[in-house]
Design a protein. Structure first.
Length: 237
């Protein structure tokens, strides 16, 4: 069964910290470019485009300031490449699940997409912060991000919902736009507000067991929304 990549959370954290301030930096061109992209993604997610300086990015990455222009041509192009990187793994996972012919039940396909998205966001919390930062602003970066990355995901999900309705999987009609943003909120808030979660519950949402528990409950809730009153008699169709 094709799944989203499931690299260990701890190793991803280590990768993200390779180029933090005070780090030793990297030597090869590919590693240098990757360190800049990771640092840029962190900085843009935390501070927004306007609030992020290229000096902050190179300090996090532990590289020479001139390398941003050398590899990316400037801050605006670096932002786009960082966003491309943030969506790349997610896009590969969605494409794999959508194209997996061994999955004959669209309910299972939706479940795999939801579980994969939870794991992806847990590994890449910068993704959620970046989406929140740019999605609330009307401007060229938001339009570019929606047209290049968000719209294809939305259309893929809309197609899957329509196809599932055609064979009677959802027992209620569900608006694609509402389902899309319910998924985004249900999956991402716990990672966007991870410090609050730790303070409130004592649970680290990035622990493997917490990630899997969150994946299961979100899948259950969302599939319950689709399946309607037969499984949730207290909810009106």
């Amino acid at each position: 069964m094709i799944q989203f990549s499931e690299r260990r959370i701890d190793s991803i954290r280590v990768e993200r910290r390779v180029g933090t301030a005070g780090g030793a930096g990297v030597e090869t061109g590919g590693d240098t470019r990757e360190a800049i992209l990771l640092a840029a993604l962190q900085a843009f997610a935390e501070n927004g485009f306007e609030g992020t300086s290229t000096r902050d990015i190179v300090t996090r990455a532990g590289v020479n300031h001139g390398l941003i222009r050398y590899y990316f041509g400037g801050k605006a192009k670096l932002w786009r490449k960082a966003v491309d990187r943030a969506f790349a793994e997610l896009g590969r996972g969605v494409t794999s699940v959508m194209g997996d012919e061994s999955i004959v039940d669209d309910r299972e396909r939706i479940g795999q997409l939801v579980r994969g998205y939870v794991r992806f966001v847990a590994r890449n919390p910068e993704f959620v912060r970046l989406m929140h930062e740019e999605g609330k602003r009307r401007g060229p970066r938001m339009r570019w991000m929606v047209d290049r990355h968000v719209r294809p995901l939305y259309e893929a999900m809309s197609t899957l919902l329509s196809r599932a309705e055609g064979v009677g999987v959802p027992r209620r009609s569900v608006s694609a736009v509402h389902f899309f943003y319910i998924v985004a909120g249900a999956v991402g808030v716990i990672y966007h507000q991870a410090e609050e979660c730790r303070r409130l519950s004592g649970i680290d949402p990035f622990e493997d067991s917490a990630i899997e528990a969150h994946a299961q409950i979100v899948e259950h809730l969302l599939l319950g929304l689709l399946e309607g009153e037969e499984h949730h008699p207290g909810v009106a169709p």
